[in-house]
Write a protein that binds this ligand. Structure first.
Ligand code: PRP
Length: 207
């Protein structure tokens, strides 16, 4: 069984959770696929955007990924969204650098074009969306866009760059996703892992 984990700030929290359920691995090297303390469980660390792709194809049986990334998937999903891990909590927000005036088709920079499009459609507002991959906050500062739609956690990035959070579009957290065929073929093991994770998360909440 292969479990895929996201690089970056969430990795430590997920690694801790896996340890609580008895799955240990060493991630200090540059090794891409790692054995764990459980004989038939391996883990790989990927960019969060790639996680659903590996789980969708059944290369990985399970993965952890933010709801922000899942929102953007437009193809048919070959995986179940299982647990809300309650980790990596943040929000997807609309922000701007200065007051947007007199624009009948404002420009929105984001990594999340699907979510941004749906948000503005729900407000019947016509916008142009520019998809960026890097630091989104720079777009309105340099005049590329009027608005941004981006993740906000502490709010420090917005604050340090003089941007204002105008509206929370959606609360975001990390989800466990499971490949549909793996769920059938490895049912017992996956169910056991889910129950252990649920218990560990509940224990954590009590602390
Ligand atoms: C995210 C997001 C913001 C920042 C918000 O970027 O895109 O830039 O975090 O966090 P804050 O409200 O706590 O300041 P991240 O650091 O994950 O890097 P990324 O740009 O590579 O996604």
């Amino acid at each position: 069984m292969l479990i895929v984990l996201p690089k970056g700030r969430l990795l430590k929290e997920i690694k801790n959770l896996l340890e609580l359920i008895g799955i240990y691995f060493e991630d200090s090297s540059r090794k891409l696929v790692m054995d764990t303390s459980i004989k038939n469980i391996k883990v790989a660390i990927l960019r969060s955007w790639d996680i659903p792709k590996f789980v969708n194809k059944g290369i990985a049986d399970m993965g952890f990924v933010g709801k922000d990334v899942l929102n953007e998937i437009e193809d048919e999903e070959n995986f179940y969204e299982s647990l809300d891990m309650g980790l990596g909590k943040c929000r997807l927000s609309l922000a701007s650098y200065k007051k947007v005036t007199n624009s009948n088709k404002p420009i929105v920079a984001t990594k999340y074009p699907v979510t941004a499009k749906a948000f503005f459609a729900s407000k019947m507002q016509n916008v142009e969306i520019i998809k960026l991959k890097g630091a989104i906050e720079i777009a309105p500062i340099l005049g590329l866009s009027d608005y941004i739609v981006d993740l906000v956690q502490t709010g420090n990035t917005l604050k340090e760059n003089g941007l204002s959070e105008l509206e929370v579009i959606q609360d975001i957290s990390t989800r466990l996703i499971i490949n549909k065929s793996s769920f059938k073929t490895n049912n017992q093991m996956i169910e056991t892992l889910i129950i252990s994770m649920k218990n560990a998360l509940n224990e954590n909440l009590k602390d």
